[in-house]
Design a binder for this molecule. Structure first.
Ligand code: AMP
Ligand code: MG
Length: 343
């Protein structure tokens, strides 16, 4: 079932003045942040971040500082543009994700995580999803010699721990926000990409095999579930070059997403990583890019790196779910939205 906030938001996006209203709202972010509602949301978020660190630290993951700029960044950001800065005469990218750095960090330290700010110039139409910010934070988790099923276990344990702590430490805030939450009891369902397409077909959403599930269909699928769930085994071509292809099942990637229930949609993307030089070069070419731009990254792979698996969880989307918010921008004090110029 769709959460009332998600429904309310969808209705709002259909108003002809939606964009104008949004612009006005964001020009006054400094007023919004002082409302009891906003303060409650930010407190819940702080508890969630504390719980994330608590859980990962207890599992032996080492927190590292985030890379902010580099000669290249994650190209697997469907439709979004990367932001550049002038680095002493060289065009450097602002991190769209820390993916290219995670593998070596996990090779070095075994288990790592990074609370990592990302910038993605998302297409303007994504203001209608309620899930896209230009500036957001991902908690990037990576582990050496782990499978993608192990990564799903970590993600599931992490999420449950966060909900438990938010209930213990931010009950008043949830009450103010009118959000009722429960710690999910069972193991999260894990359905394959093929199974997801089958369910979607029954729900009236046709998705062409081999493509990423469009966000509108993702909302429908998410509303069909009552607890978070995983979709795994996406087909090659639908994701970044770093998601590892199953050597025994060519064309299938050893990767996954976790989705929230109630129409809140994607929470997490994760995978085992491609770590062999030749394979990565082939995959980069397949994506239509010149491998030479990934010079330092490929050099690192050719020198040898451990197989790793991990995931990234968006903090604002997590906050949106925990608080039952209409849109993700309520989870940041001064949100930056695609195509909207604001402080
Ligand atoms: P991705 O690598 O694109 O799957 O991103 C990893 C995670 O970061 C997603 O599962 C989301 O939780 C979050 N995320 C990605 N893009 C955005 C965005 N534009 N705004 C907010 N959160 C995002
Ligand atoms: Mg994703």
């Amino acid at each position: 079932m769709m959460h009332p906030s998600v429904e309310r938001f969808e209705k709002w996006t259909r108003s002809p003045t939606f964009r104008e209203e949004l612009k006005k709202l964001l020009s006054k972010s400094y007023l919004h942040v002082r409302t009891p509602r906003s303060k409650a949301v930010l407190r819940v978020q702080a508890v969630a971040l504390e719980a994330i660190r608590e859980y990962l630290n207890s599992m032996g993951f080492v927190e590292l500082l985030p890379p902010i700029i580099g000669p290249v960044t994650d190209p697997g950001i469907r439709g979004a543009r990367q932001a550049s800065i002038d680095f002493y005469g060289h065009s450097y990218k602002v991190m769209s994700s820390a993916i290219l750095y995670k593998q070596m960090m996990a090779t070095a330290l075994g288990r790592i995580y990074i609370v990592s700010p990302n910038v993605r110039l998302e297409p303007e139409k994504t203001i209608y999803t309620g899930r896209h910010l230009v500036e957001f934070v991902q908690v990037d988790v990576e582990e050496a010699h782990a499978t993608y099923h192990r990564a799903m276990d970590v993600a599931e344990g992490l999420f449950k721990h966060v909900v438990r702590r938010v209930l213990e430490r931010a009950g008043e805030e949830l009450k103010l926000l009118g959000r009722s939450l429960e710690v999910p009891r069972g193991r999260f369902e894990r359905i394959s990409y093929d199974e997801a397409l089958g369910i979607l077909e029954k729900l009236g959403c046709r998705v062409d095999y081999g493509t990423e599930i469009p966000w509108r269909c993702e909302v429908v699928l998410s509303a069909y579930f009552e607890e978070p769930f995983f979709i795994y085994d996406y087909p090659r071509g639908s994701r970044g070059f770093y998601d590892r292809e199953d050597p025994e099942r060519p064309g299938i990637l050893r990767d996954f997403d976790m989705l929230y229930p109630e129409g809140f949609g994607e929470a997490i993307s994760g995978a085992e990583r491609e770590y062999e030089y030749e394979k990565v070069v082939e995959r980069i070419k397949e994506g239509g890019e010149d491998p030479r731009i990934y010079g330092w990254y490929l050099e690192m792979l050719s020198d040898g790196i451990a197989p790793t698996a991990g995931f990234g969880i968006g903090v604002e989307r997590l906050t949106r779910y925990l608080c039952g918010l209409e849109a993700v921008w309520e989870a940041r004090p001064y949100p930056k939205l695609p195509g909207i110029v604001s402080p």
